[in-house]
Design a protein around this ligand. Sequence first.
Ligand SMILES: O=c1ccn([C@H]2C[C@H](O)[C@@H](COP(=O)(O)OP(=O)(O)OP(=O)(O)O)O2)c(=O)[nH]1
Ligand SMILES: [Mg+2]
Length: 160
Amino acid sequence: MTEPVHILLRRLDPDLPAPRYAHPGDAGADLVAAQDLRLAPGERALVGTGMSVALPYGYVGLVHPRSGLAARHGVTVLNAPGTVDAGYRGEIKVNLINLDQRNVATIARGDRIAQLVVQQVERAHFHLVDELPGSGRGTGGHGSTGGHSGLAVADERFGL
Ligand SMILES: O=c1ccn([C@H]2C[C@H](O)[C@@H](COP(=O)(O)OP(=O)(O)OP(=O)(O)O)O2)c(=O)[nH]1
Ligand SMILES: [Mg+2]
């Protein structure tokens, strides 16, 4: 196991648990809702997690959806993955959306609503040039390699 990165964490709401990894080897530490809320079908809300962090420079916190919430209730993170910058000191918030077409999603304060994945990031310097070096792919993208997309039904329907 690699050494963990140490992150300063401030609990804005001392009654809520700090983010925690549910199992050894988990990539994401669960984030909880600081409030009760109900999301009607299609409704979204920016939900506080009751905590803020100081990530070391060179790291990012990515707010990922929880697959269980998505599979069971259709609730996911609208801007997934959300980006928590190293310089950000505000409360970490989760932009939740209920994509279920029929059911209202009920979330209680303290429920796990998302997970924070901490990663190292490179910082780039962008060098302006008139021409880019050639490559095997060139400018082809967005399905340019052809073949089956794996979405046979949609392909037929849209005449692709
Ligand atoms: O899911 C998220 C995404 C972002 N943030 C916070 C931390 C992040 O550092 C800040 C800004 O996020 P981002 O850069 O994605 O948003 P923006 O729309 O570009 O806002 P800004 O102009 O403040 O950068 O908002 C969250 O709390 N949760
Ligand atoms: Mg930004």
